[in-house]
Structure formats: C-alpha cells, structure tokens
Design a protein around this ligand. Structure first.
Ligand code: ADP
Ligand code: GN1
Ligand code: MG
Length: 391
C-alpha cells in the first residue's frame, strides 16, 4: 500500500514524539510488506538526524497496543543484556522506541491508527537479496543471538499478535477455502500452483506434529526472520540490529531458521518473474546454519538442529501458500506494487521448495557434520568440567 499521506499530516504525527529540533521532512522508506514506514528528518542543533516513523497495519494486527507492549518488553530485555555485557553501542544493536510527548510508546492518530517511532540505526543496511555467504552468516548469527538473548526473558508472557501465525495446517486450509471461494475469478489461471500446493500437503503438519509430541521446545522467537529484517553494518558487515519485532512471540526456533533459508538461499528477488533463475545456493545455506549455531551458542537442541533442512522446506512452502492465498483473495494482505506480484512471489517460493527437495541430501549431510562438530566440542567442555570438579 503506497502511502498517500500528505507531508503536513506526517509532520503532525512526527511532532507527537519527543524529538528535539525542527521537522525537515519525511519519505516512505524500506521494502516491508506490512506496515507503512517513513524516514523522518529533524534538524537538531545543526545536525540532520533521521527517525523511523511507522504506522502499524491495523488490518493485520488487531491489537496494536498489546503488540507495542511486546515490543517494549523485548527491546528493554535485550538492551539490559547488552548493557550488562559491557557493549557500548546499544542503540545500534537493539531497536529503541522514542516516547511520545506524553511518555507513551505509541501515538494514536485521529483515525485510530497506531504510530510508533524508533531511533534510526545509521551506518547499516538491510538487503533484499543476499550477496555473499558472509552476509548469510551474519544474518543468521544476529537472529540466533536475538533468540538466545530472549531465553531468559522473565517479563509477562508475550501476546500472540497474530494467532496461529505459523500454523501451517491452518494456512493450507485457508488456501483451500480461497480456491473454493475464488472471489476474484483467478483460480483458473493458477491451476499448476494449486496442484503443487496440494501435492505438498504432508509438509503442512511436519513441525506441528513434532511440537505436539513435545520433541521441539517452545521458545520466544522472532517469526519473521527474512533477510531484510536485519541491519548489517556498512563497514564491518556485522549483523547489527534485528528489526520488525511485530511477531516476536512464543514459537519454534525452526520457524526462524526456516524463514532465513527461504529468503537468504534464493539468489533472486522474492518476486522474480523468471523462476528458472531460482534455486538454492548451497554455500548460503551452509553459512546460515553455521551462523545460527554460533548465535545460539550451544542452546539449540539436537532435535532442533536435525530439522534445519525440513524447516527451510516448511517455511518456504508456508509462505508460497500464503502468497497464493492472497493472490486468490485479491491481494488484501501483502503490500503489492504491481499486478501479479503475489503470484510471482508464490512461484519463486515453490521453485525454491522444489530446489530444496533436490539438494536435501547434501544439505542434510552438511548439517550432520556441523552437529557432530558441535557435539564433540560440548563433550570436550564437559570432560574439562568433569576434570575440574575432580580436582
Ligand atoms: P514491515 O513490517 O512492513 O516489514 P519493517 O519494520 O521491517 O516493516 O521496516 C521496513 C524497513 O525499514 C526495514 O526492512 C528496514 O530497511 C527499515 N528500517 C526499519 N526500522 C529501522 C531502523 N530503526 N533503522 C533503520 N532502518 C530501519
Ligand atoms: C511479511 O513485514 P515483512 O515484509 O518483514 C510477513 C511475513 C512474510 C513476508 C514475506 C506480519 O514480512 O510473515 O514471510 O512478508 N509479515 C507478516 O516476504 O505477515
Ligand atoms: Mg519487515
């Protein structure tokens, strides 16, 4: 949804936040599919400073105020941990909410829309297409670290901002309803994609079944770990700051790893019309797995580690199903900028899923080798601990 907000309206909103100085302007910013994001510029003592101003998508997030409580809890928890570890540049390493003049974390405008403002993290960038295994490693390490930082979160239980967000069975059933309803008469054009989705139905229950059996622990997860939801430092390439905290809530670690596979192993844009160019880049997958394990620093259980490849397939499938559903429904959920964009997005997901299937064995062997290395490292540590205790 491209913004049609006049600059005067943006100025009024921006000035509700406790930002010193003069408002200079605001521009739509970034490539998110959900919220409306602007970079607002202020003159502060002769220096131009940017802020991120966001209007939360109220169609998708039904309880934006509870969502904002989640964001405050999560960012405060991570900030405290970063400070305790002695890190200095915490405002570049975790999102920082700017309060309103009344001291709240959000502003509700005259139409009931909820706005928030963040410090702009300068000197870092988000990428829509992966450029190198080093970027994949840093991305996964940042999301792994983010998740590890939340392992000892002890605040109130986080609110489920979108219920059953990664319930792939629900997503699949919703697709079937969209096909049956065919409210825009588009189903005839996408018979191949519908057939592909139906043929992969078994995937829909794969992680849910493991979760129900108690094999996979519930953690606080990000749930939207696409490549452009992390900022990489412009000079060092380091994964600096995890963004887009709207769906941080209880979930499975594998949702987070899977969505990184979906977005960072594809060499093309998510909406690339020529799907022949879409296939898994194995070095990117390998770098993701290494970076994620490093970020999690030993906290990932073998039962989770063994499903990293399955997670990539599942999340790619789920997102393809969601894009196809939205295309059939008339593009009401994901922001689009051109016709057939959701259909192209669906096709890239299905092409990537096919490719993941083709190289599954190779990826699995790699994950096993990483697991063996991690297990032997941790048993060496245990041996050293045992030895210390004996002394
Ligand atoms: P959406 O929910 O629509 O995906 P995001 O919160 O991901 O919106 O923001 C969209 C884009 O804006 C991000 O991909 C990133 O490029 C940029 N962005 C968001 N927050 C910041 C920030 N604090 N500093 C710098 N860039 C940001
Ligand atoms: C949306 O907000 P953004 O663009 O980072 C979506 C994700 C999808 C992704 C597909 C809240 O992410 O779930 O995987 O698009 N976010 C929400 O690109 O639905
Ligand atoms: Mg985003």
């Amino acid at each position: 949804m491209p913004s049609n907000l006049p600059i005067a309206a943006l100025k009024t909103i921006a000035c509700r936040f406790a930002i010193l100085g003069d408002f200079l302007g605001a521009q739509p910013y970034g490539n998110g599919h959900i919220n409306e994001t602007f970079a607002a510029v202020f003159d502060q003592g002769g220096t131009e400073l940017r802020y991120i101003l966001q209007r939360i998508n109220g169609y998708i997030f039904k309880e934006p105020l509870k969502l904002m409580e989640n964001v405050a809890h999560v960012t405060n928890h991570i900030r405290r941990k970063l400070e305790a570890s002695g890190l200095k540049d915490t405002t570049r390493r975790v999102m920082t909410l700017v309060k309103t003049l009344e001291g709240a974390d959000y502003h509700v405008d005259g139409e009931g829309c909820v706005w928030r403002c963040y410090l702009f993290v300068e000197g870092a960038k988000s990428y829509d297409i992966i450029a190198s295994p080093a970027q994949a490693f840093q991305t996964a390490k940042a999301f792994g670290t983010f998740q590890r930082h939340l392992m000892d979160y002890d605040g109130p239980r986080l609110f489920e901002t979108i219920p059953r967000f990664h319930h792939t069975r629900d997503r699949f059933e919703t697709l079937k309803l969209a096909v049956a309803g065919d409210r825009c008469n588009r189903a005839a054009r996408v018979q191949q994609e519908i057939a592909f989705a139906l043929a992969h139905e078994a995937l829909a229950d794969s992680l849910l079944a493991l979760k129900e059996k108690g094999e996979l622990p519930e953690r606080i997860t990000h749930n939207d770990t696409k490549l452009n939801n992390v900022l990489l430092d412009n000079l060092t390439g380091e994964g600096m700051c995890v963004l887009d905290l709207d769906t941080v809530m209880p979930g499975l670690s594998l949702y987070d790893f899977g969505d990184m596979v979906r977005t960072a192993t594809n060499p093309m844009a998510e909406d690339e019309p020529d799907v022949r160019q879409v296939s898994v880049q194995i070095p990117m997958f390998e770098a993701l797995a290494k970076g994620y394990l490093e970020g999690m620093d030993g906290a990932l259980l073998p039962a989770e580690r063994e499903r990293l490849v399955l997670a990539g397939k599942l999340l790619t499938f789920e997102c393809g199903v969601r894009f196809l559903t939205d295309f059939l429904d008339g593009d009401r959920y994901f922001n689009i900028h051109r016709e057939n964009q959701n259909l192209d997005r669906c096709r890239t997901q299905f092409a990537l899923l096919r490719s993941l299937g083709e190289c599954e064995e190779r990826l699995t062997t790699f994950v096993q080798s990483l697991g063996e290395a991690e297990d032997s490292a941790s048993s060496n540590v245990e041996t050293a601990n045992d030895a210390n205790e004996r002394q």
